[in-house]
Design a protein around this ligand. Structure first.
Ligand code: HEM
Length: 421
């Protein structure tokens, strides 16, 4: 153990560095959790929940931030693992039952973090090489991780407090033996020196004496300096974030290399996730007899596309903001949902259920709270970017509302009904 830790010692592997990277990682996790919860409750609101409809870019920014912070977790987590890797070789491996629990919780934390960020990333590419439902598992792991994060911070609080600021003992030489051994007893000066240098006590006997002799000679210059390490982590994080964030944040669009969707690429300049073919609606959406049914209790009215076109039209600029992080601002034209709600006498506080022509699919039916129904920007859209809505974007009519995930902006509408309690 001692030999392993001696071989792995590096100026970049200090408690202070673990705290510096841990702080950034903690922030990224909390941002991911907060924005993830927001996305979750937008899709599965509790009955009392109401959401802000302005600013209209809210979901675009929150989910874009989720993906950006999530992607930053990759270099930060790898950096953190690099720093604490020698701790794998603690000797003795388990000192007490509490120590066992601590090590087990860290192992779980690392494993769950790696799974969480990996499935999150693969989801943005719509690749699901696993047998479990992504959203449910990602959501549950979010809670598990936040719990383990709080536990981890609690356990490491003394070290975090000591090394929080640069003056708190940044140099390995400034750390006393207990910092690096997590409280292991250090019996004599030689041990203390070994612990200070390599984070582990010397073995006894001939090996120990031999290692003492080796320790007396200056170690080979480390190839990774603290500055070099931090620069590498900084460049890797900036590259991962900078080369993806353009799928959400327009000024970085030109740098968007890794993002699965490019702005402006797709029918009518807007990317498409679910095509009419995938949804199997090509025939029903182009059928001459298509009509949109509005319902409120016993009242039902149907409108052909020509009748909808003859109603007062409103033009709005709103983004399609996908749960996978990409988004695209576009100009939509159509009939205000609140006008249609009034035509069937819906209450001002009524929620609506939207049904697509799709026969199956998780988002065939979605619900919309009154804050969106009564929002003047919410349209039953008939046109996109100055043209008749393309079939891939939901022709003959689709929903578009501010601050909602793309999966809730129901395409190929067939029925809109007030939900009566
Ligand atoms: C510690 C890191 C992370 C935490 C705590 C976290 C947490 C969450 C939570 C709670 C949700 C809501 C799930 C739901 O709707 O039920 C979510 C959604 C999502 N997350 Fe993460 N996440 C993390 C990292 C990532 C990463 C690294 C990515 C991708 C790079 C990612 C991509 C996504 C996507 C695409 C969704 C939307 C899923 C959907 O609604 O279909 N997440 N995340």
């Amino acid at each position: 153990m001692y030999e392993a830790r001696r071989a792995l010692a590096s100026p970049a592997r200090t408690p202070r560095m673990a705290v510096v990277i841990g702080r950034l990682l903690g922030v990224a996790f909390v941002v991911c959790f907060g924005t993830g919860l927001y996305s979750h409750f937008l899709q599965e609101p509790l009955p009392w929940m109401r959401f802000p409809t302005r600013p209209a870019l809210l979901y675009q920014v929150s989910q874009g931030t989720h993906i950006v912070a999530g992607i930053a977790c990759f270099p930060l987590l790898l950096a953190k693992l690099y720093i604490v890797f020698p701790d794998l070789f603690q000797h003795p491996p388990v000192r007490s039952f509490l120590h066992l629990l601590e090590r087990a919780s860290i192992a779980l934390f690392v494993g769950a973090s790696l799974v969480q960020i990996t499935i999150g990333l693969l989801n943005t590419y719509q690749w699901y090489p696993w047998p479990f439902p992504f959203r449910q598992v990602h959501y549950a792991l979010g809670w598990v991780l936040v719990g383990l994060l709080v536990l981890h911070i609690g356990i490491k609080l003394p070290i975090i407090a000591r090394f929080w600021s640069a003056r708190g003992g940044a140099e390995p030489g400034a750390a006393d033996a207990t910092d690096v051994t997590d409280g292991a007893d250090v019996t004599d000066a030689a041990d203390a020196e070994a612990v200070r240098l390599w984070g582990s006590r010397r073995p006894s006997g001939v090996t120990g004496r031999l290692l003492a002799y080796i320790d007396a000679t200056p170690p080979a210059r480390s190839t990774v300096s603290r500055r070099g390490f931090l620069t590498t982590v900084g460049i890797a994080s900036a590259a991962a974030v900078g080369l993806t964030a353009g799928q959400t944040f327009a000024p970085l669009d030109a740098l968007n290399v890794f993002g699965p969707r490019k702005k402006g690429v797709g029918q009518q300049g807007v990317p498409v996730n679910r095509t009419a073919e995938m949804a199997r609606v090509t025939a029903s959406a182009t059928a001459a007899g298509w009509a949109l049914t509005l319902a409120n209790g016993g009242v039902e009215r149907s409108f052909s596309r020509a009748e909808l076109e003859a109603m007062p039209q409103t033009e709005v600029e709103l983004p399609i903001a996908c749960v996978e992080g990409w988004s695209q601002l576009a100009v939509w034209r159509g009939v205000r949902l609140m006008d249609l709600a009034d035509l069937v006498g819906a209450d001002a506080d009524a929620s609506f259920r939207l049904t697509s022509l799709e026969q199956r699919g998780s988002f065939r039916q979605t619900e919309m709270g009154p804050e969106y129904v009564r929002e003047p920007l919410t349209l039953v859209a008939l046109e996109l970017n100055g043209e008749t809505l393309d079939l891939q974007h939901g022709y003959p009519a689709r929903m578009i509302a501010p601050g909602r995930p793309g999966v809730l902006q129901t395409k190929w509408l067939s029925r809109i009904e007030a939900i009566t309690a």
